[in-house]
Design a binder for this molecule. Structure first.
Ligand code: RB5
Length: 146
């Protein structure tokens, strides 16, 4: 599976930790930057990862900033993206099972690396449940054409 990753300066260190783990597990990782801790604007990088997921170039995406909020808002502006800001393992599983999220956002200034890795892997290894959630997702995706 090909995974898009992106961050701003506030998420650079955590992005590297997550990327290393993804590669170790055999995922193909496409890194859309930023590539250092110099101050930058999170929409520039998060949008690139989101577009790669929306186009099908990558199957899933992982974005990180200081809080996770800026990158998650950015990704959700791109049609086709359902990005969840997650800082606990329960929500990581639930948002795959119920929302079929194709991107996850986390905040480097909010959680530690160990929890972030647990969250990432819970999210990656949980399948969408379908069923009653299908119509809910259809309704939320229909909002994109308003
Ligand atoms: C950068 O200082 C910070 O604002 C950014 O990483 C993020 O937390 C925004 O939502």
């Amino acid at each position: 599976m090909k995974i898009a990753v992106a961050c701003d300066h506030g998420g650079f260190r955590l992005k590297n930790v997550l990327m290393k783990d993804l590669k170790k597990q055999g995922y193909e990782v496409v890194d859309f930057g930023t590539y250092n801790e110099e101050s930058c604007d999170y929409p520039d990088y998060a949008a690139k990862a989101a577009r790669a997921v929306a186009s099908g170039e990558c199957e899933k995406g992982v974005v990180v900033c200081g809080t996770g909020i800026g990158v998650s808002i950015t990704c959700n502006k791109i049609n086709g993206i359902r990005c969840a800001l997650v800082h606990d393992v329960f929500s990581a599983k639930a948002t795959r099972a119920h929302n079929d999220t194709n991107m996850i956002a986390m905040g480097q200034r909010v959680i530690g690396e160990g929890l972030a890795l647990e969250i990432l892997n819970a999210w990656l290894h949980t399948d969408y449940e379908g069923g009653r959630h299908d119509q809910r997702i259809q309704k939320l995706m229909a909002l994109e054409s308003e």
